[in-house]
Design a protein around this ligand. Sequence first.
Ligand code: FAD
Length: 163
Amino acid sequence: MAGLPSTARVVIIGGGVVGTSSLYHLCKAGWTDCLLLEKNELTSGSTWHAAGNVPTFSSSWSLMNMQRYSTELYRGLAEAVDYPMNYHVTGSLRLAHTKERMQEFQRARGMGRYQGMDIDVVGLEEIKRRYPFIETHDLKGALYDPSDGDIDPAQLTQALAKG
Ligand SMILES: Cc1cc2nc3c(=O)[nH]c(=O)nc-3n(C[C@H](O)[C@H](O)[C@H](O)COP(=O)(O)OP(=O)(O)OC[C@H]3O[C@@H](n4cnc5c(N)ncnc54)[C@H](O)[C@@H]3O)c2cc1C
């Protein structure tokens, strides 16, 4: 292929959100000799189809930490790279129907708080206050995550590529 270098320190195959984010972070870390190869066009794989939900909830410490980092990155990215995108921080209520699910939420709250997030376990009254249309008779409670939201995955990929 004309115009492509014959060697590079890092070659990333695939210009979906993962490949583009990897390149963005390598560049941020000062790596210049990096190449991203995309056989079609940026975001033409699963990234293009994604709903774009941006939760922070996970039962895994490291996944939660990555998701927390993502929310922080997305908050400042559009301005940092001058590429406006649709990112809505809506907050979310994740519902629990069992006491075991509530225990899982309490554990997630502990991890989230330790990672600096303001997530909380809430009771039925608070659920109803935050979302009055909900039926709570079969619920035990919920996990409230103020940083949950959604982003346009194609715009995000383009912003990372521009950055
Ligand atoms: C319907 C749907 C809803 C989803 N909703 C969410 C959601 O709400 N939240 C969330 O976080 N995730 C969601 N996902 C998952 C998310 O879309 C994927 O995890 C993510 O897009 C994967 O990104 P990727 O960069 O690994 O892969 P892809 O986006 O598939 O990118 C791979 C790229 O590699 C290119 N490629 C492949 N082979 C080669 C080759 N040999 N040479 C060069 N290029 C090549 C392809 O053309 C493609 O552009 C959803 C996925 C789907 C399908």
